[in-house]
Design a protein around this ligand. Structure first.
Ligand code: FIX
Ligand code: ZN
Length: 394
Protein backbone atom coordinates (compact mmCIF):
# COMPACT_ATOMS: atom_id res chain seq x y z
CA UNK A 1 0.00 0.00 0.00
CA UNK A 2 1.31 3.48 -0.86
CA UNK A 3 2.40 5.88 1.89
CA UNK A 4 -0.40 8.27 0.94
CA UNK A 5 -3.14 5.66 1.25
CA UNK A 6 -1.64 4.39 4.52
CA UNK A 7 -1.74 7.96 5.83
CA UNK A 8 -5.30 8.45 4.58
CA UNK A 9 -6.41 5.14 6.09
CA UNK A 10 -4.84 5.93 9.46
CA UNK A 11 -6.45 9.39 9.54
CA UNK A 12 -9.89 8.13 8.53
CA UNK A 13 -9.75 5.52 11.32
CA UNK A 14 -8.59 8.21 13.77
CA UNK A 15 -11.74 10.20 12.97
CA UNK A 16 -13.81 7.28 14.33
CA UNK A 17 -11.98 7.02 17.69
CA UNK A 18 -13.54 8.94 20.63
CA UNK A 19 -11.08 11.21 22.44
CA UNK A 20 -10.43 11.15 26.21
CA UNK A 21 -9.04 14.64 26.97
CA UNK A 22 -6.77 14.27 29.99
CA UNK A 23 -6.33 17.95 30.98
CA UNK A 24 -8.59 20.93 30.31
CA UNK A 25 -9.86 24.05 32.11
CA UNK A 26 -13.41 23.36 30.96
CA UNK A 27 -16.09 22.84 33.59
CA UNK A 28 -19.42 21.03 33.87
CA UNK A 29 -22.58 23.13 33.39
CA UNK A 30 -23.19 23.37 37.17
CA UNK A 31 -20.18 25.69 37.46
CA UNK A 32 -22.21 28.40 35.71
CA UNK A 33 -20.14 31.47 34.76
CA UNK A 34 -16.91 29.45 34.94
CA UNK A 35 -18.14 27.57 31.87
CA UNK A 36 -16.61 29.71 29.06
CA UNK A 37 -18.03 29.43 25.54
CA UNK A 38 -18.96 31.65 22.55
CA UNK A 39 -17.10 33.97 20.19
CA UNK A 40 -16.10 36.67 22.70
CA UNK A 41 -14.52 34.07 25.00
CA UNK A 42 -12.84 32.41 21.98
CA UNK A 43 -11.34 35.74 20.87
CA UNK A 44 -10.15 36.77 24.35
CA UNK A 45 -8.20 33.51 24.94
CA UNK A 46 -4.96 34.53 26.63
CA UNK A 47 -2.92 33.13 23.72
CA UNK A 48 -4.62 35.72 21.45
CA UNK A 49 -4.30 38.50 24.01
CA UNK A 50 -0.51 38.03 23.98
CA UNK A 51 -0.51 38.09 20.16
CA UNK A 52 -2.77 41.16 20.08
CA UNK A 53 -0.47 43.09 22.44
CA UNK A 54 2.49 42.24 20.19
CA UNK A 55 0.59 43.60 17.19
CA UNK A 56 -0.49 46.72 19.11
CA UNK A 57 2.61 47.75 21.09
CA UNK A 58 0.94 51.16 21.50
CA UNK A 59 -1.52 49.52 23.92
CA UNK A 60 -0.32 48.40 27.37
CA UNK A 61 -1.61 45.34 29.21
CA UNK A 62 -2.98 47.65 31.88
CA UNK A 63 -5.01 49.59 29.30
CA UNK A 64 -6.21 46.43 27.53
CA UNK A 65 -7.56 44.92 30.74
CA UNK A 66 -9.50 48.11 31.48
CA UNK A 67 -11.64 47.42 28.39
CA UNK A 68 -14.81 45.32 28.62
CA UNK A 69 -14.63 41.78 27.23
CA UNK A 70 -16.68 42.73 24.11
CA UNK A 71 -14.30 45.67 23.51
CA UNK A 72 -11.31 43.32 23.89
CA UNK A 73 -12.88 40.80 21.48
CA UNK A 74 -13.64 43.49 18.88
CA UNK A 75 -10.06 44.82 19.02
CA UNK A 76 -8.59 41.31 18.70
CA UNK A 77 -10.94 40.42 15.83
CA UNK A 78 -10.04 43.60 13.91
CA UNK A 79 -6.30 43.36 14.52
CA UNK A 80 -5.62 39.61 14.29
CA UNK A 81 -8.36 38.45 11.89
CA UNK A 82 -9.24 41.43 9.64
CA UNK A 83 -5.95 43.33 9.39
CA UNK A 84 -3.73 40.22 9.53
CA UNK A 85 -3.58 36.80 7.87
CA UNK A 86 -4.37 34.47 10.84
CA UNK A 87 -1.29 32.25 10.48
CA UNK A 88 -0.38 31.66 14.16
CA UNK A 89 -1.68 28.39 15.70
CA UNK A 90 -4.05 30.29 18.00
CA UNK A 91 -5.31 32.42 15.10
CA UNK A 92 -5.73 29.41 12.80
CA UNK A 93 -7.52 27.65 15.64
CA UNK A 94 -10.22 30.31 15.62
CA UNK A 95 -10.58 29.87 11.87
CA UNK A 96 -10.96 26.10 12.34
CA UNK A 97 -13.68 26.65 14.96
CA UNK A 98 -15.58 29.13 12.77
CA UNK A 99 -15.36 26.86 9.70
CA UNK A 100 -16.37 23.71 11.60
CA UNK A 101 -19.39 25.57 13.00
CA UNK A 102 -20.51 26.17 9.42
CA UNK A 103 -19.45 29.79 8.73
CA UNK A 104 -17.23 31.17 5.96
CA UNK A 105 -14.28 32.51 7.99
CA UNK A 106 -13.36 34.97 5.23
CA UNK A 107 -16.83 36.47 4.98
CA UNK A 108 -18.56 36.15 8.36
CA UNK A 109 -18.64 39.25 10.57
CA UNK A 110 -18.15 39.35 14.31
CA UNK A 111 -21.72 40.59 14.68
CA UNK A 112 -23.07 37.60 12.74
CA UNK A 113 -21.02 35.26 14.91
CA UNK A 114 -22.33 36.92 18.06
CA UNK A 115 -25.90 36.50 16.84
CA UNK A 116 -25.38 32.81 16.00
CA UNK A 117 -23.81 32.02 19.39
CA UNK A 118 -26.49 34.08 21.12
CA UNK A 119 -29.17 31.86 19.62
CA UNK A 120 -28.07 28.78 21.57
CA UNK A 121 -27.40 27.85 25.22
CA UNK A 122 -24.48 26.27 27.07
CA UNK A 123 -25.91 22.75 27.44
CA UNK A 124 -26.81 22.57 23.72
CA UNK A 125 -23.38 23.98 22.82
CA UNK A 126 -21.63 21.39 25.00
CA UNK A 127 -23.20 18.43 23.24
CA UNK A 128 -22.71 20.06 19.80
CA UNK A 129 -19.03 20.83 20.44
CA UNK A 130 -18.22 17.43 22.01
CA UNK A 131 -19.84 15.82 18.98
CA UNK A 132 -18.04 18.03 16.42
CA UNK A 133 -14.71 17.53 18.19
CA UNK A 134 -15.17 13.75 18.58
CA UNK A 135 -14.48 14.01 22.33
CA UNK A 136 -16.19 11.63 24.77
CA UNK A 137 -14.87 12.91 28.10
CA UNK A 138 -12.69 15.74 29.42
CA UNK A 139 -10.95 16.11 32.76
CA UNK A 140 -11.52 19.45 34.48
CA UNK A 141 -9.04 21.41 36.63
CA UNK A 142 -10.73 21.74 40.01
CA UNK A 143 -9.37 24.00 42.74
CA UNK A 144 -11.36 24.26 46.02
CA UNK A 145 -9.21 27.31 46.90
CA UNK A 146 -10.94 29.25 44.10
CA UNK A 147 -13.82 30.98 45.96
CA UNK A 148 -16.21 30.94 42.98
CA UNK A 149 -15.62 27.23 42.36
CA UNK A 150 -15.70 26.48 46.10
CA UNK A 151 -19.23 27.88 46.38
CA UNK A 152 -20.40 25.31 43.81
CA UNK A 153 -18.66 22.45 45.62
CA UNK A 154 -20.22 23.61 48.88
CA UNK A 155 -23.73 23.66 47.55
CA UNK A 156 -24.41 23.12 43.92
CA UNK A 157 -22.16 20.54 42.31
CA UNK A 158 -23.96 18.31 39.83
CA UNK A 159 -21.89 15.51 38.26
CA UNK A 160 -21.91 15.36 34.45
CA UNK A 161 -20.62 12.23 32.67
CA UNK A 162 -18.69 14.32 30.08
CA UNK A 163 -16.63 16.02 32.81
CA UNK A 164 -14.29 14.16 35.17
CA UNK A 165 -12.71 15.97 38.12
CA UNK A 166 -9.03 16.57 38.87
CA UNK A 167 -7.84 18.04 42.19
CA UNK A 168 -5.38 20.86 41.44
CA UNK A 169 -2.83 21.55 44.19
CA UNK A 170 -0.98 24.75 43.17
CA UNK A 171 -2.95 26.90 45.63
CA UNK A 172 -3.44 24.22 48.31
CA UNK A 173 0.30 23.60 48.60
CA UNK A 174 1.02 27.32 48.49
CA UNK A 175 -1.53 28.40 51.12
CA UNK A 176 -2.47 25.26 53.07
CA UNK A 177 -5.94 24.29 54.22
CA UNK A 178 -8.93 26.57 54.85
CA UNK A 179 -7.27 27.85 58.01
CA UNK A 180 -3.99 28.46 56.19
CA UNK A 181 -2.34 25.49 57.91
CA UNK A 182 0.26 24.07 55.50
CA UNK A 183 1.72 21.46 57.86
CA UNK A 184 2.13 17.94 56.41
CA UNK A 185 -0.72 16.56 58.53
CA UNK A 186 -3.08 19.43 57.67
CA UNK A 187 -2.40 19.05 53.95
CA UNK A 188 -2.84 15.27 54.12
CA UNK A 189 -6.21 15.77 55.85
CA UNK A 190 -7.23 18.44 53.33
CA UNK A 191 -6.35 16.15 50.42
CA UNK A 192 -8.38 13.29 51.90
CA UNK A 193 -11.40 15.59 52.43
CA UNK A 194 -11.34 16.89 48.84
CA UNK A 195 -10.60 13.51 47.30
CA UNK A 196 -13.69 12.33 49.19
CA UNK A 197 -15.80 15.25 47.91
CA UNK A 198 -14.52 15.27 44.29
CA UNK A 199 -13.56 11.65 43.49
CA UNK A 200 -10.86 13.05 41.20
CA UNK A 201 -9.39 11.06 38.29
CA UNK A 202 -5.99 12.36 39.41
CA UNK A 203 -4.27 15.02 41.52
CA UNK A 204 -2.26 17.69 39.65
CA UNK A 205 0.19 20.54 40.10
CA UNK A 206 2.20 22.85 37.86
CA UNK A 207 5.84 23.46 38.84
CA UNK A 208 8.55 25.95 37.82
CA UNK A 209 11.68 24.79 36.05
CA UNK A 210 13.59 25.46 39.30
CA UNK A 211 11.58 22.79 41.14
CA UNK A 212 13.72 20.57 43.41
CA UNK A 213 12.56 17.29 44.90
CA UNK A 214 14.57 17.75 48.10
CA UNK A 215 12.70 21.02 48.82
CA UNK A 216 9.26 19.61 47.99
CA UNK A 217 8.35 18.41 51.50
CA UNK A 218 4.57 18.56 50.98
CA UNK A 219 4.81 16.61 47.71
CA UNK A 220 7.08 14.00 49.30
CA UNK A 221 5.32 13.66 52.66
CA UNK A 222 1.69 14.58 51.95
CA UNK A 223 0.78 14.31 48.27
CA UNK A 224 2.58 11.13 47.21
CA UNK A 225 1.55 9.04 50.28
CA UNK A 226 -2.10 10.12 49.97
CA UNK A 227 -2.15 9.50 46.20
CA UNK A 228 -0.73 6.02 46.83
CA UNK A 229 -3.37 5.43 49.56
CA UNK A 230 -6.13 6.17 47.02
CA UNK A 231 -4.23 4.71 44.02
CA UNK A 232 -4.56 8.11 42.36
CA UNK A 233 -2.09 9.28 39.69
CA UNK A 234 -0.10 12.44 40.50
CA UNK A 235 0.15 14.74 37.46
CA UNK A 236 3.14 17.10 37.33
CA UNK A 237 3.24 19.90 34.76
CA UNK A 238 6.84 21.08 34.85
CA UNK A 239 8.58 24.16 33.46
CA UNK A 240 6.16 27.08 33.79
CA UNK A 241 7.57 30.49 34.76
CA UNK A 242 4.54 32.24 36.24
CA UNK A 243 4.12 35.99 35.66
CA UNK A 244 7.25 36.79 33.64
CA UNK A 245 5.25 39.78 32.48
CA UNK A 246 2.62 40.49 35.16
CA UNK A 247 0.97 43.22 33.06
CA UNK A 248 -0.32 40.49 30.73
CA UNK A 249 -2.03 38.66 33.64
CA UNK A 250 -3.07 35.13 32.41
CA UNK A 251 -1.16 35.78 29.19
CA UNK A 252 2.02 36.67 31.09
CA UNK A 253 3.49 33.24 31.89
CA UNK A 254 6.70 31.96 30.32
CA UNK A 255 8.60 28.71 29.85
CA UNK A 256 11.84 27.29 31.28
CA UNK A 257 13.97 24.17 30.84
CA UNK A 258 13.69 22.05 34.00
CA UNK A 259 16.31 19.79 35.60
CA UNK A 260 14.47 16.47 35.21
CA UNK A 261 16.96 14.66 37.45
CA UNK A 262 14.64 16.00 40.18
CA UNK A 263 11.85 13.89 38.67
CA UNK A 264 14.21 10.91 38.55
CA UNK A 265 14.76 11.24 42.32
CA UNK A 266 10.98 11.21 42.87
CA UNK A 267 10.52 8.14 40.65
CA UNK A 268 13.37 6.30 42.39
CA UNK A 269 11.84 6.98 45.83
CA UNK A 270 8.21 6.36 44.86
CA UNK A 271 8.05 3.38 42.44
CA UNK A 272 4.50 2.56 43.54
CA UNK A 273 3.00 5.96 42.69
CA UNK A 274 1.50 6.49 39.24
CA UNK A 275 3.13 9.66 37.86
CA UNK A 276 1.77 11.63 34.90
CA UNK A 277 4.16 14.27 33.54
CA UNK A 278 4.09 16.92 30.85
CA UNK A 279 6.82 19.51 30.31
CA UNK A 280 6.75 22.99 28.89
CA UNK A 281 10.18 22.97 27.24
CA UNK A 282 10.59 20.92 24.06
CA UNK A 283 14.00 19.73 25.23
CA UNK A 284 12.48 18.29 28.39
CA UNK A 285 9.98 16.22 26.37
CA UNK A 286 12.85 14.18 24.90
CA UNK A 287 14.45 13.58 28.31
CA UNK A 288 11.01 12.61 29.65
CA UNK A 289 10.59 9.98 26.90
CA UNK A 290 13.97 8.48 27.78
CA UNK A 291 13.00 8.53 31.49
CA UNK A 292 9.71 6.73 30.71
CA UNK A 293 11.79 3.83 29.31
CA UNK A 294 13.40 3.50 32.75
CA UNK A 295 10.31 3.93 34.96
CA UNK A 296 7.12 2.07 33.97
CA UNK A 297 5.10 4.11 36.53
CA UNK A 298 5.87 7.30 34.56
CA UNK A 299 3.32 8.26 31.91
CA UNK A 300 4.35 11.14 29.63
CA UNK A 301 1.31 13.09 28.44
CA UNK A 302 0.45 15.86 26.03
CA UNK A 303 2.24 18.65 24.21
CA UNK A 304 1.63 21.39 26.74
CA UNK A 305 0.91 25.06 25.94
CA UNK A 306 3.98 26.49 24.13
CA UNK A 307 4.76 23.07 22.60
CA UNK A 308 1.12 22.57 21.56
CA UNK A 309 2.02 23.75 18.05
CA UNK A 310 1.89 21.47 14.95
CA UNK A 311 5.62 21.51 14.21
CA UNK A 312 6.51 20.57 17.81
CA UNK A 313 3.62 18.12 18.32
CA UNK A 314 4.93 16.27 15.26
CA UNK A 315 8.52 16.19 16.56
CA UNK A 316 7.56 15.13 20.09
CA UNK A 317 5.11 12.48 18.83
CA UNK A 318 7.78 11.10 16.48
CA UNK A 319 10.37 10.47 19.19
CA UNK A 320 7.76 9.23 21.66
CA UNK A 321 6.56 6.62 19.11
CA UNK A 322 10.17 5.70 18.29
CA UNK A 323 11.10 5.26 21.98
CA UNK A 324 7.83 4.25 23.68
CA UNK A 325 5.77 2.55 20.96
CA UNK A 326 2.12 3.33 21.78
CA UNK A 327 2.62 3.39 25.58
CA UNK A 328 2.12 7.13 26.17
CA UNK A 329 -0.65 9.78 26.05
CA UNK A 330 0.16 11.94 23.02
CA UNK A 331 -2.05 14.92 23.69
CA UNK A 332 -4.37 16.86 25.94
CA UNK A 333 -6.13 20.01 24.75
CA UNK A 334 -5.75 22.35 27.75
CA UNK A 335 -8.97 23.90 26.41
CA UNK A 336 -10.13 26.95 28.37
CA UNK A 337 -13.10 27.77 26.16
CA UNK A 338 -15.55 25.03 25.15
CA UNK A 339 -15.07 25.49 21.39
CA UNK A 340 -11.29 25.03 21.76
CA UNK A 341 -12.03 21.28 21.77
CA UNK A 342 -12.89 21.60 18.06
CA UNK A 343 -9.62 23.12 16.85
CA UNK A 344 -7.23 21.58 19.32
CA UNK A 345 -8.38 18.07 18.54
CA UNK A 346 -8.87 18.67 14.78
CA UNK A 347 -5.26 19.81 14.59
CA UNK A 348 -3.77 17.20 16.97
CA UNK A 349 -5.73 14.20 15.70
CA UNK A 350 -4.47 14.90 12.16
CA UNK A 351 -0.83 15.20 13.34
CA UNK A 352 -0.93 12.12 15.61
CA UNK A 353 -2.46 10.01 12.80
CA UNK A 354 0.16 11.25 10.33
CA UNK A 355 3.07 10.49 12.67
CA UNK A 356 1.70 7.03 13.47
CA UNK A 357 1.34 6.38 9.72
CA UNK A 358 5.05 7.25 9.35
CA UNK A 359 5.83 4.39 11.75
CA UNK A 360 3.58 2.10 9.71
CA UNK A 361 5.53 3.14 6.59
CA UNK A 362 8.75 2.15 8.35
CA UNK A 363 7.17 -1.21 9.20
CA UNK A 364 6.09 -1.64 5.57
CA UNK A 365 9.64 -0.98 4.42
CA UNK A 366 10.68 -3.82 6.74
CA UNK A 367 8.10 -6.16 5.23
CA UNK A 368 5.27 -5.72 7.74
CA UNK A 369 1.83 -4.60 6.48
CA UNK A 370 -0.31 -3.23 9.33
CA UNK A 371 -4.04 -4.10 9.32
CA UNK A 372 -7.02 -1.81 9.92
CA UNK A 373 -7.69 -3.64 13.21
CA UNK A 374 -4.14 -2.91 14.37
CA UNK A 375 -4.46 0.76 13.35
CA UNK A 376 -7.75 0.99 15.26
CA UNK A 377 -6.24 -0.68 18.35
CA UNK A 378 -3.15 1.59 18.29
CA UNK A 379 -5.18 4.78 17.91
CA UNK A 380 -7.61 3.65 20.65
CA UNK A 381 -4.65 3.24 22.99
CA UNK A 382 -3.23 6.64 22.09
CA UNK A 383 -6.48 8.61 22.02
CA UNK A 384 -8.28 7.23 25.06
CA UNK A 385 -7.32 3.78 26.43
CA UNK A 386 -3.87 4.62 27.82
CA UNK A 387 -5.35 7.54 29.75
CA UNK A 388 -8.44 5.65 30.94
CA UNK A 389 -6.39 2.64 32.10
CA UNK A 390 -3.70 4.74 33.83
CA UNK A 391 -6.41 6.70 35.65
CA UNK A 392 -8.42 3.56 36.37
CA UNK A 393 -11.53 5.01 34.75
CA UNK A 394 -11.76 2.61 31.81
O1 FIX B 1 -1.03 25.23 34.57
C1 FIX B 1 -1.85 24.99 33.66
O2 FIX B 1 -2.82 24.20 33.77
C2 FIX B 1 -1.67 25.71 32.32
O3 FIX B 1 -2.17 24.89 31.29
C3 FIX B 1 -2.42 27.04 32.35
O4 FIX B 1 -1.96 27.78 33.47
C4 FIX B 1 -2.21 27.86 31.08
O5 FIX B 1 -2.73 29.16 31.26
C5 FIX B 1 -2.89 27.25 29.90
O6 FIX B 1 -4.10 27.21 29.85
C6 FIX B 1 -2.08 26.77 28.84
O7 FIX B 1 -2.58 26.23 27.82
ZN1 ZN C 1 -3.76 23.75 31.87
Amino acid sequence: MSAVSLRDRTYSIALEIPIFDLHTHLVAPCFGSLNLWGIDEILTYHYLIAEFLRARRDISGEEFYRWTKPQQAEAIWETLFVQQTPVSEAQTGVITIISRLGFDPQKVTLEELRQAFGATNSEAQISKVFDLAGVSKVVMTNDPKDPVERAIWDGGYVADSHFLTALRLDQILATGDDKGDSSVDAVRTYLRVWIGKMSPAYVAISLPETWRFADATLIREAVLPVCKEYNLPFAMMIGVRRGVNPALRGAGDGSGIADLTQLELLLQEHPENKILVTTLAKENAHTLAVMARKFANLMPFGCWWFVNNPSIIAEITDFRLEMLGTSFIPQHSDSRVLEHLIYKWDHSRRIIAKRLAKRYEALAQSGYAVTDDQIRADLSRLLHKNAEEFLGVA
